[in-house]
Design a protein around this ligand. Sequence first.
Ligand code: TYD
Length: 134
Amino acid sequence: MKPKIIELPKISDPRGNLSVIEEFAHIPFEIKRTYLIYDVPGGETRGGHAFKKQCEFIVSLSGSFDVHLDDGTQRKVYSLNRSYYGLYVPSMIWRSMKNFSTNSLCLVLSSTVYDPDDYLRDFSLFLETTGLNS
Ligand code: TYD
């Protein structure tokens, strides 16, 4: 599966809107972990790695930020700035998050529990693992 923006159900209501994320119904994996990225100082970059197994769904709950993806041959930038859609990122995609606005709040749903051995933090090793620079 490729990276893609997934629109979430949005239940509009004069009392305030509601969006929902259910595993397999709205995102294509079981949710094993949820983490948040917040209080990012202006100009900072998060990420800068790929995962061997883990796939993720990234939502901007507040504010905005850009997710830069690279599959080893193609780069693409996704701007996230709404709570009713998110970015599905499969495994083996190099990703960085940049351009965080003030008070931005990033939600990440992950298909795995935290495993430091799942990270590829070296871009050359990432390319080697994809088989693209061999
Ligand atoms: P990291 O995934 O490198 O953050 P980012 O990709 O946003 O730059 O994680 C930063 C630190 O947080 C690192 O020391 C590992 C720790 N961490 C956990 O302990 N559990 C987790 O679920 C995550 C995502 C990170």
